[in-house]
Design a protein around this ligand. Sequence first.
Ligand code: FAD
Ligand code: NA
Length: 386
Amino acid sequence: MASPDLLIVGSGLFGLTVAERAAVEHGAKVVIIDRRDHIGGNAYSEVDETTGIEIHKYGAHLFHTSNERVWEYVNRFTEFTGYVHKVYTNHKGVVYPLPINLGTINQFFGASYSPDEARALIAEQAGELAGTDPENLDEKGISLIGRPLYEAFIKNYTGKQWQTDPKDLPAGIISRLPVRYTYDNRYFNDTHEGLPAQGYTAWLERMADHPNIEVRLGTDYFDTRQEYHRDAVRGQLPVIYTGPVDRYFDYELGDLKWRTIDLETEHLESTGDFQGTSVMNYADADIPFTRIIEPRHFHPERDYPADRTVIQREYSRFAAREDEPYYPVNSGTDRETLMAYREMADAEPGTLFGGRLGTYKYLDMHMAIGSALSLVDNKLADLLRQ
Ligand code: FAD
Ligand code: NA
């Protein structure tokens, strides 16, 4: 594109939202670059060749929001199905509903407690450590929901997520453990929920489908041969940067720590339905993966083959530099490092940092979109004038 007005680094939902608004609302010419060979960041999905099943390439993505502005905005690009997310967990070979609810409690204790009875029981069990300050995750968990439920459903699952024995994990990594005293096991509490009817990629591509927007894939911002590199680093081309903030500054102040996941994908020809639901957690320490995803269940309305299916075992671990950064670890050290990077980012001429990686924050999709819309409201006009 001849002399763009704005360069956006990263074609995830944050970058796409800013690009779409810059083009439509400001008439700006926008180039989006992404180092991956596809658009859409981590929300990207692809259709499995042998089964036609839509697979979320970077892990299960469920859309949900209570933000009316975001809901109206996303509906400009896609319709949503009526999918309602539910999660189950396998503990010692028995399957229970999550989040912990009256159904989980009654199944676990082999009882028929009323809501009041269950509330009283959990309060009594949570009183085990009354009057002490929780010193680690185990003590925190017990003080929130009592030892039996904590040890069955939270302890080892969280330990696997962090590859760390929960008695060595800080109490602060959980602040609350919701227990529902009804049989409602709907996973999200938001007003709106669903999956993009024609798939994530159709939605994401639609956002970039504008004559003023050009997408260049396989293009790394830090590749000095990249066409816009010189102008951008000289501050002559306004930039929205949604890559990792520590990478931007060459890790000068150290690495911000992330967790990542590995997905082991398997095609099954022995059955058309492996587990009867989209997400099954595995709560116990002796199973190395945290959960199994069966993507066909995200779209029960589709005509998928009845005799074959795809499953993905998900493993959680700490990320090295070359891994995909997924969940901020957010230790005390990370927060200090982040503050220092943030000061440098604020001082960077002609460049605004945004999105999950640019701000080192776990953002759900609706949060990434909402925060991009605020950037457009508050900062884009000034940036484009520079
Ligand atoms: P990203 O999607 O990460 O996009 C950033 C883009 O920048 C990437 O495409 C990357 O390649 C590119 N980039 C980075 N550095 C460079 C560079 N140097 N040059 C060029 N390009 C670069 N949200 C939900 O609402 N519901 C869910 O169920 C859900 N599940 C999730 C599960 C997992 C495993 C993960 C990781 C996230 C999940 N999310 C979910 C969050 C969702 O993925 C994010 O909200 C969304 O990806 C944020 O968009 P973003 O644009 O900030 O970042
Ligand atoms: Na998810």
